[in-house]
Design a protein around this ligand. Structure first.
Ligand SMILES: NC(=O)c1ccc[n+]([C@@H]2O[C@H](COP(=O)([O-])OP(=O)(O)OC[C@H]3O[C@@H](n4cnc5c(N)ncnc54)[C@H](OP(=O)(O)O)[C@@H]3O)[C@@H](O)[C@H]2O)c1
Length: 345
């Protein structure tokens, strides 16, 4: 498996990260440990959890695996902000310090490799949040900072504030990003490219949609995410049961058939070719599902196949300001900033 560096000076991590949101929820501990074993055996090193997953149980399951296997190359990422759901101290000083201590205890480690703020917190004073993150790095409890789930201006403000106050800079941003949802390309990805932040997308399989298992003419059933809860999250059936989504899924199926591969593998490989993407955080209910995703590390898609996927999934640019600027500049803002980053401008 390839390894990529997170941002400037961050750690090298495997291009597929193992998401552990299912651990302690739809995946029990024995199956979770089988997933971690399979991931490590395939050369995976990047494990992504959060204090809020299964109310801390995901971290505890990962912690017990670390204690029993004692691997020395795992890069551990966790997140703070949302635990307990609805009642946390968010990204305040108290919230961050309390969450970090809980995560260190459940994971059984002295330090976290990548500690994310799980989402923007309108109730926290951003300078306090950033000073607290700086302090936990200085204390050796955290090695690198990341952010997840912000808008473009919020992430820019985080970067400006850390820079002006000479505080530790984040090395990675974790957004939802996949063939079905590319809105981050309007603002967040160009910003990450320009500022040298690594991008580690969550839900690279669209929460299961890009495996081709859902159908336009029937409600999901059975032991699948939407079979168990059709209204769940960003991937809810009623939100995605749209013509555009089925067109993209058909294109993924056609590329998979043509390349003799599996649909999820195609979706993952497309994502890993996008500018700035360092590691895709894949999730699985079973070890068999994970094994299928791990094959994506060996797949190569042709330029034509990648173009077809990029074209069919184009995120539909709002006419103002993006569309107007595209017409005025003759290229997309995305390309413009991508070129600027590549030139070191
Ligand atoms: N920062 C954030 O706010 C945030 C939010 C969400 C996730 N994350 C992180 O990102 C990770 C991945 O997110 P995700 O789980 O939504 O990602 P995903 O990889 O898009 O979806 C994973 C789900 O797809 C289905 N699946 C996977 N392989 C399959 C296969 N071979 N055949 C059929 N179905 C298959 C499984 O669901 P079923 O079988 O149950 O249908 C599995 O749980 C999480 O574990 C977490 O670490 C972060």
């Amino acid at each position: 498996m390839r390894h990529n560096q997170l941002g400037k000076g961050g750690p090298f991590v495997s291009e597929l990260g193992l998401g552990t949101m299912t651990f302690g929820a739809e995946t029990d501990e024995a199956e979770a440990h089988r997933q971690l074993d399979a991931f490590a055996a395939a050369g995976g090193t990047f494990v992504d959890t959060a204090d809020v997953y299964a109310d801390g149980e995901s971290e505890s399951i990962v912690g017990r695996w670390l204690a029993s296997r004692k691997p020395d190359n795992i890069m551990l990422a966790t997140k703070a902000r949302f635990r307990p759901p609805g009642g946390s101290s968010g990204a305040s000083r108290r919230g961050i310090v309390k969450a970090l201590d809980g995560s260190l205890r459940r994971l059984g480690v002295d330090a976290i490799d990548v500690f994310y703020v799980h989402g923007w917190d309108p109730d926290a004073a951003l300078p306090d949040t950033l000073a607290t993150l700086d302090a936990v790095v200085a204390a050796g409890k955290v090695h690198n900072i990341g952010w997840s789930n912000t808008t473009g201006w919020q992430l820019q403000r985080i970067l400006d504030t850390t820079r002006h106050a000479d505080l530790v800079q984040p090395v990675v941003f974790q957004p939802q990003y996949n063939l079905l949802d590319r809105v981050v390309e309007w603002e967040l990805l160009p910003l990450c490219l320009e500022q040298g932040l690594a991008v580690c997308p969550w839900s690279p399989l669209g929460g299961g949609w890009l495996t081709g298992k859902y159908r336009p003419d029937s409600q999901p059933t059975g032991a699948t995410r939407l079979g168990e809860d059709p209204a769940r999250g960003v991937e809810a059936y009623h939100k995605r049961n749209k013509e555009r989504v089925w067109r993209i899924i058909d294109a993924v199926r056609s590329v998979a058939d043509q390349s003799g591969s599996w649909m999820g593998e195609v979706a993952l490989r497309w994502l890993l070719t996008r500018p700035g993407v360092s590691s895709a955080l894949v999730g699985a209910r079973t070890v068999e599902q994970l094994q299928q995703s791990l094959t994506a590390t060996e797949l190569t898609l042709t330029a034509d196949q990648l173009d077809r996927l990029t074209t069919v999934s184009a995120p539909g640019v709002p006419d103002y300001p993006y569309g107007m600027l595209e017409r005025a500049c003759g290229m997309t803002i995305w390309q413009e900033l991508g070129t600027a980053a590549a030139d070191g401008r």
